[in-house]
Design a protein around this ligand. Structure first.
Ligand SMILES: Nc1ncnc2c1ncn2[C@@H]1O[C@H](COP(=O)(O)OP(=O)(O)OP(=O)(O)O)[C@@H](O)[C@H]1O
Ligand SMILES: [Mg+2]
Length: 344
């Protein structure tokens, strides 16, 4: 396994527009890192450059401190799993998994031992002599995973490997991938545009926007402390309050009202808070804002209301209480420990 370091990576397909702009990040040996971002932001391009399948325009890719730019694909000991399983249809499961070992000219016995062990690990022993066409989507994806892992890759690169599976199988497979990764102490780079999926299995998440890194952090930090409005929106925050003026690190003014935050960010342009963290104010609460309920929704465990205020519409959630009326006037409190500052 290996440490990966990407430095100032840029890529232009047409010599004019850079689809990757100065990407730098590193992945520690044994870490599971997901690249998260909307369609077209450059996730696949980043992965394919690291894999050696396409050329970079500038920058460096280092493995354990050594630049691998000039190492050809077949000499990079990387495992790759794609969205389409890319299995060889005319080969049995055993031969599909054995492929990379045969290319490396290992002895027949060693190939058999390693393939058998990998089939066992991925739960495919009973399918060794089947052809891919006879397998379910999840089984085919396991074959492609086994084929990538059997070479003991220094780095495992996965590009939306679960997107062709139904929701239930997707959940199961992501657990299996995480378990295998931990068992084998593998360094993994995993591309997805599914926020929940990447939070569930990653040590760190790299959020991309238009060819740049927006935030690179642990899932917990990204969830609780999104750095920018873009990241916050992408991971499901809906309440955004523009800041008109900053008084000091902890005090911001919006629509003439002063708000206190626990966060500090002198360059903040907006604040955000999750609906479940807003509450109807009681005596002694701070960060108050009044408004009128303009819509309501039953969520099963709770009700969600949209409240029209001078700050714009705010959504808040309330549990264990009868449904409030439309047009009811409410005063809300935005607790400062949940009110996060966002940069541009
Ligand atoms: N072979 C290519 N030639 C020219 N432009 C390309 C090529 N491949 C990708 N692009 C462009 O580069 C940008 C990034 O594409 P990329 O495939 O890396 O995005 P992505 O984040 O993987 O998107 P998705 O989630 O849809 O897979 C896009 O604007 C895309 O149109
Ligand atoms: Mg892609």
């Amino acid at each position: 396994m290996a440490n990966l370091e990407v430095k100032n990576l840029a890529k232009s397909y047409d010599g004019k527009n850079n689809v990757l702009k100065d990407i730098s990040f590193s992945v520690k040996n044994g870490d599971f890192v997901s690249i998260l971002g909307p369609s077209g932001c450059g996730k696949t391009t980043t992965l394919r450059i690291i894999a050696g399948l396409i050329d970079k325009t500038s920058g460096e890719i280092n493995i354990d401190g050594t630049d691998i730019s000039t190492v050809p694909v077949y000499k990079r000991n990387f495992g790759m799993v794609f969205q389409s399983y890319a299995l060889f249809p005319h080969m049995t499961v055993f031969n599909n998994v054995a492929f990379g070992l045969k290319m490396r000219e290992l002895s027949k016995n060693e190939i058999k031992d390693r393939v058998d062990a990998m089939l066992e690990l991925t739960g495919l022993t009973d399918f060794a002599n089947q052809f891919p066409d006879n397998l379910s989507g999840g089984q085919q994806q396991r074959v492609s995973l086994a084929r990538a892992l059997v070479i003991n890759p220094q780095l495992l690169l996965m590009d939306e490997p679960l997107s062709n599976l139904d929701a239930k199988l997707r959940l199961k497979m992501r657990e299996e991938i995480r378990n295998l990764q931990q068992k084998m102490k593998m360094t993994v780079l995993f591309v997805t545009h599914d926020q929940q999926e990447c939070f569930a299995i990653s040590d760190k998440v790299l959020v991309m926007k238009e060819g740049r890194i927006e935030q690179y952090d642990t899932p917990q930090n990204i969830f609780h402390h999104p750095r920018t409005k873009y990241v916050a929106q992408f991971i499901g925050y809906e309440n955004f309050i523009n800041i008109d003026k900053k008084l000091d690190d902890h005090k911001s003014v919006s629509a003439g009202i002063q708000f206190d935050t626990a966060d500090t960010d002198q360059d903040a342009v907006a604040m955000t808070i999750r609906p479940e963290n807003i509450k109807v104010a009681e005596e002694g609460d701070d960060n108050l804002i009044s408004g009128m309920i303009i819509s309501r929704e039953y969520l099963g465990q709770s009700f969600q209301y949209t409240v029209q205020t001078v700050l714009g519409n705010l959504k808040f959630e309330e549990v264990r209480r009868a449904m409030r009326d439309l047009n009811e006037q409410v005063t809300l409190s935005l607790p400062k420990e949940h009110l996060h500052l966002l940069s541009e």
